[in-house]
Write a protein that binds this ligand. Structure first.
Ligand SMILES: NC(=O)c1ccc[n+]([C@@H]2O[C@H](COP(=O)([O-])OP(=O)(O)OC[C@H]3O[C@@H](n4cnc5c(N)ncnc54)[C@H](OP(=O)(O)O)[C@@H]3O)[C@@H](O)[C@H]2O)c1
Length: 319
């Protein structure tokens, strides 16, 4: 397969790139060239900022002036409608299938648990912001792909966990110091009573889902992808402490008090804690049934291996 990945040098995009390259696909990345990443020999890299339509089109032209073509474009950074539009307008005539990375955040706050792909998408409450622009990028992709008769797959990960990045902390950020605090024996701040639900999707499983989607343009559609079940915030705190081999000491604090305590500190966002305090619980049955997606990592394994990655990479350190 000839695959163009927009992004592709960090975390989930990087995992997808590695899988496709390892099996011998012709992979081309397009990004600004700012994020450092060692690329396999068989991966080509084009440089452009997707916000600059002229540079984008120029980058996609081959050295001999002939335009490149691809079986599939995987767009990892459709953060809003403008980004989705710029990329689709530049690639639609060059590709046979467009795969966009969405987010289950567009469904927040949930009405049903577990939620499926038919969960309503409503504008998020102002203090949960952010996901409105992801919903907009989905809508732009639907409209443009319909107009250009291009098969569209939107894959929506839940919160991404797994080796390669700091996991979500219990204040809704990705703050290494939060995890160092747990290791140092500080109480773990847990929103409300700790019975909120978190459903981490392991980055390796999510990358597998993208490869399955790339291989099956005939199964184009919209899919939620994650691990098989959600865990409570209390259990997440326990799993983190177990993985660090420390005694778990939870301190339950109502979200509004957390906001009062942390608002204005640079490692905290109101949006992050509001999002984290929502239930995150999705069924992945559609992806299983249609794409053959079968996650290999439970939430427990994913937490344990992410903590190990933080130790191995000196993100957190014992005295
Ligand atoms: N984090 C989560 O828990 C979560 C949950 C659900 C969904 N998601 C979705 O996952 C996706 C993120 O994927 P990711 O892990 O691959 O990480 P990412 O950090 O979004 O990837 C950034 C990649 O895009 C490139 N890039 C950034 N801005 C660019 C621009 N203006 N023009 C061209 N290239 C640009 C970067 O390279 P350069 O810097 O070199 O340009 C890099 O390759 C997003 O769509 C997000 O909404 C995330």
């Amino acid at each position: 397969m000839k695959v163009l990945i927009i992004g592709g040098t960090r975390y989930l995009g990087r995992e997808i790139m590695m899988r496709l390259a390892e099996r011998g696909d012709e992979v081309t990345l397009l990004n600004r060239g700012r994020t450092e990443c060692a690329l396999p020999d068989n991966v080509d890299c084009l440089t452009a900022d997707i916000m600059d339509p002229d540079l984008l089109v120029e980058a996609l032209e081959g050295d001999d002036g002939r335009v490149r073509t691809f079986d599939t474009c995987v767009h990892m950074i459709a953060m809003d409608g403008a980004r989705a539009e710029r990329v689709i307008e530049a690639v639609w005539g060059l590709i046979g299938h467009y795969v966009q990375c969405g987010s289950t955040g567009v469904f927040m706050p949930l009405q049903r648990c577990p939620a499926d792909e038919s969960e309503p998408v409503a504008p998020p409450p102002p203090d949960m912001g952010g996901f409105g622009s992801k919903a907009e990028s989905d809508q732009v992709a639907r409209e443009l792909c319909a107009q250009y008769d291009l098969p569209l797959t939107i894959l929506r990960p839940t919160n991404i966990m797994g080796p390669g990045d700091v996991p979500i902390d219990l204040l809704g950020g990705r703050d290494a110091e939060f995890f160092q605090g747990i290791l140092d024996g500080e109480p773990i701040i847990i929103p409300n009573h700790g019975d909120g639900l978190l459903q981490p999707g392991d980055v390796r499983d999510l990358a597998d889902a993208f490869v399955l989607a790339v291989d099956q343009p005939d199964k184009a559609g919209e899919y939620n992808i994650s691990s098989p079940y959600a865990i409570t915030h209390n259990y997440y705190a326990q799993l983190l402490a177990d993985a660090m081999d420390v005694e778990a000491q939870g301190r339950h604090v109502p979200v509004d008090e957390i906001i009062e305590e942390y608002a204005g500190t640079d490692r905290f966002s109101v949006r992050g804690i509001r999002f984290f305090a929502e239930h995150m619980c999705f069924t992945i049955e559609k992806a299983r049934r249609e794409l053959g997606y079968e996650p290999q990592y439970t939430a427990e394994a994913s937490v344990e291996q992410t903590v190990r990655w933080m130790f191995d990479n000196n993100v957190i350190m014992r005295d």
